[in-house]
Design a protein around this ligand. Structure first.
Ligand code: GDP
Ligand code: IMO
Ligand code: MG
Length: 422
């Protein structure tokens, strides 16, 4: 019985997709447990480049079953586009992908509501991905949602009821809209989705576990975007932390084994909300340029800054992280000095714990570490790491209390270095 969880410890885009692909051969099943097409998980190997949104990143190693769990919200149109693309490139998706009956459907009107909510918020907008994530989870919690399993019975009746409810909400927000043009493709998406194996994934996964199979749960977003513990209200609408894997797949907490926490050697964030270590200067721009920090889904510029150990200690605690994986180390190759924020000064007081709000006068307190000034992207083993880079890792391990077991030095599957545990 083994369920390991891999998740992002910052504000998303840490490189989860790449590492899930690397780890997939060690598992029988790869499963997504929350989020939806707001995610954009990039994989590169053998000169190919893919961005996955709703489909787990275990589909390229061919022998694993991939599951879209009950905690995920699924847009049939985006799913169809993504899945067809994969099928075209030779992935036998209908054989290896199973979808939970209890996953909630994103309706065309959810996307319209997402946009309307954002417009209504004006200056206070969250900067969502516009994929209808918030309104779909809102319907789930308010018990109005439509699930994949609903396709099997009286679907049109349920769909029409949901849409007419949404249209009156939109009308009350002053949005005039004609949903008909969007419906035709959406219904085609539903038909396409129905060709996949729709399952009670909680039973499937637990039966597989009972037979001794192993599961890797793939997180989306990052822990600082968690609806309970993230920088609320600038968060997504699901539990992105490890506990979300239990609720989003129906696995018991005691089945959880390793928790892989992924972080960048620096930090990024897309959309609005607090980011204490953000650099609105040439250094931040340099990180963005070298790290190609533009959203995989929306193409938006990612905000960049130094690594934030206050936030990382918080998310390591929330998730019970057992192993750390450091990504994009190569992006800092040319920086003479690297800074790490170990505490904040909030209204004149020093804190090492992530505060309730990060508004107002929050100053990061930095420790400076000498940069390694050596190109790392061609390195293939930890023995090649420059001494200053080893010092940086040792500093992080000491401050975070968890070993770094893997280091990524480039976007390709092959640019991943496993560190032997001493
Ligand atoms: P995810 O959402 O957590 O899967 O991450 P994204 O795919 O949104 O963003 C990570 C980006 O960094 C992608 O463009 C990856 O190809 C790229 N990437 C991943 N690891 C590395 C690395 O070690 N070095 C560099 N330079 N790029 C990386
Ligand atoms: P992956 O899985 C980075 C951010 C949005 C916005 C907030 C709410 O690729 O790491 P939503 O559309 O979810 O209601 O938007 O969350 N956000 C992400 N940022 N990576 C992601 O996913 C994200 N998914 C949502 O930018 O600030
Ligand atoms: Mg991403």
């Amino acid at each position: 019985m083994k369920v390991d969880v891999l998740l992002g410890l910052q504000w998303g885009d840490e490189g989860k997709g790449k590492v899930v692909d690397v780890l997939t051969p060690k598992y029988n099943i790869v499963a997504r447990f929350q989020g939806g097409p707001n995610a954009g998980h990039t994989l590169e190997f053998e000169g190919k480049h893919y961005v996955l949104r709703s489909i787990p990143s275990g589909v390229f190693q061919h022998n694993q079953i991939n599951v879209i769990g009950n905690g995920v919200v699924l847009d049939p149109v985006l799913f169809m586009d993504e899945a067809m693309e994969l099928e075209k490139s030779g992935v036998d998706l209908k054989r290896i992908l199973k979808i939970s009956r209890k996953a909630h459907l994103i309706l065309p009107t959810h996307r319209l509501l997402d946009a309307a909510n954002e417009n209504q918020k004006g200056e206070a907008r969250i900067g969502t991905t516009g994929k209808g994530i918030g309104p779909t989870y809102t319907d789930k919690v308010s018990r109005h949602g439509l699930r994949v399993g609903d396709i099997e019975e009286r679907f049109l009746e349920k769909y029409n009821a949901a849409v007419s409810r949404h249209l009156s909400m939109l009308q009350s927000m002053g949005v005039k809209t004609d949903v008909k043009p969007l419906e035709e493709r959406w219904m085609r998406g539903i038909e396409y989705l129905s060709q996949f194996e729709i399952i009670d994934s909680e039973f499937f996964i637990n039966h597989q576990l009972a037979e001794g199979k192993s599961v890797l749960c793939e997180g989306a977003q990052g822990s600082m975007l968690d609806v309970d513990f993230g920088s609320y209200p600038f968060v997504t609408s699901s539990n992105t932390i490890c506990a979300g894997a239990c609720a989003g797949l129906g696995v018991a907490p005691r089945t959880i084994g390793e928790v892989y926490g992924i972080f960048k050697a620096y930090c990024t964030r897309v959309g609005a909300g607090p980011f204490p270590t953000e650099l609105n200067d040439a250094t931040g721009a340099e990180m963005r340029r070298i790290g190609h920090e533009y959203g995989a889904v929306t193409g938006r510029e990612r905000r960049c800054g130094w690594i934030d150990l206050v936030a990382l200690r918080y998310t390591i605690m929330l998730n019970g992280v057992t192993q750390l994986i450091m990504m994009k180390s190569d992006v800092l190759d040319d920086f003479p000095v690297i800074k790490a924020c170990d505490a904040y000064e909030v209204n004149g007081k020093i804190t090492r714990d992530f505060p309730f709000t990060v508004e107002g006068d929050v100053k990061p307190i930095y420790t400076e570490i000498k940069g390694w000034k050596t190109p790392m992207s061609r390195m293939t083993s930890a023995e090649e790491f420059p001494a200053e880079f080893c010092d940086y890792m040792a500093f992080l391990e000491q401050k975070l209390g968890v070993p770094i077991t893997m280091v990524s030095v480039g976007p390709d599957r092959a640019q991943t270095i496993i560190r032997e545990r001493k």
